[in-house]
Design a protein around this ligand. Sequence first.
Ligand code: B12
Length: 296
Amino acid sequence: MDVDAVSGRDEPRAGGSWTPGKVAELLGVSPVTLRTWAARYGVGPTLRDDGRHRRYTDADVRRLQYMQRLIDRGMRAREAAAAAFSPAGEAVPEISPGQRAEELERAAEDLEFASLAALLDETLDALGPAAAWTEVLVPVLHHLGGRWLRGDVCFDAEWALTGEISLALQRYGAGFANTPPGRVVLLACCPQERHSLPMEVLRAAMVEVGIPAVHLGQMVPAETTVAVAAKLDPVVVFLWSMSAGTADDLLARRLRRRGFDVATAGPGWENLIERDVPWVNDLAAALELATERLKA
Ligand code: B12
């Protein structure tokens, strides 16, 4: 499978040109290894920028990074080169969600942003947002959260990973047709809520199945959610809260008084006494509710 095919890009980005030395450094291999790969497997630099020196393009580098990941997973260099470089490509051995999670946490730990982005693109393309979330991303996030609780300061890894997950989900969503005009599903985090990833995954999963969805992001001021709802007249508004401290019941009531269909989403609403609005606490239930509302 060709990396550009994996990451849904049909045209390698024009972008940069890399010297063999820089590429060897980035991959952490010796220039000799790089030359050997080029000679043996035909995976050399494809750009001749000044007629004399050959350079690697961004796409070359992404393919080499993918080839290296396949080698790290136990594939022989020749097969990994074939899988990463030839458009049809060799079949790539399936890897377990657990191994994907490990590779992601390692790349986050080492702040290897390029590898993180490539691994996330690969995971989303292989599994789709819903399965990638439940089988790979939530386990890594829980593991990081657990490490944090045990006093293992891993904010940097958590921050690196969550930032790259957001970007990868946006890239994934951009791969689907623009949402058709018409009434949308509105997703918003409560005004004090910064944990937006579950809503970002929900939006990607909705766009994937053609549900028109707009996500307003983290910590959305109540005025903003109300004003956007007034303009868009959404089929339903999902209000996300991760912990009881951020569940904004007043906002939910205010939206309902204005005649909007509101659904509360996330563990933050779990202990809410008066439950006169629907509550969802998993991805599938949220997708189902949105589908119902759109059909209604
Ligand atoms: C990533 C993260 C962050 C990132 C968020 C980045 C982002 N853009 O989302 C940042 C760094 C910003 C952050 C900040 C903070 N965080 Co934080 N964070 C996390 C972490 C590691 C992952 C969060 C996550 O997305 N988890 C995945 C979720 C989905 O897993 P889950 O909750 O177990 O899933 C359940 C439900 O949510 C539901 N579900 C799962 N997916 C989906 C999807 C949909 C659509 C639906 C409807 C439901 C649903 O099903 C599961 C079973 O019930 C968690 C650790 C953890 N264990 O989750 C801590 C965690 C949530 N954070 C915590 C805290 C305390 C904070 C801070 C207050 C820290 C601080 N002092 O600054 C701030 C909060 C700021 C705020 N106002 O919100 C605590 C919360 C404790 C609590 N219950 O109140 C946790 C649990 C860490 C810990 N171990 O203590 N955090």
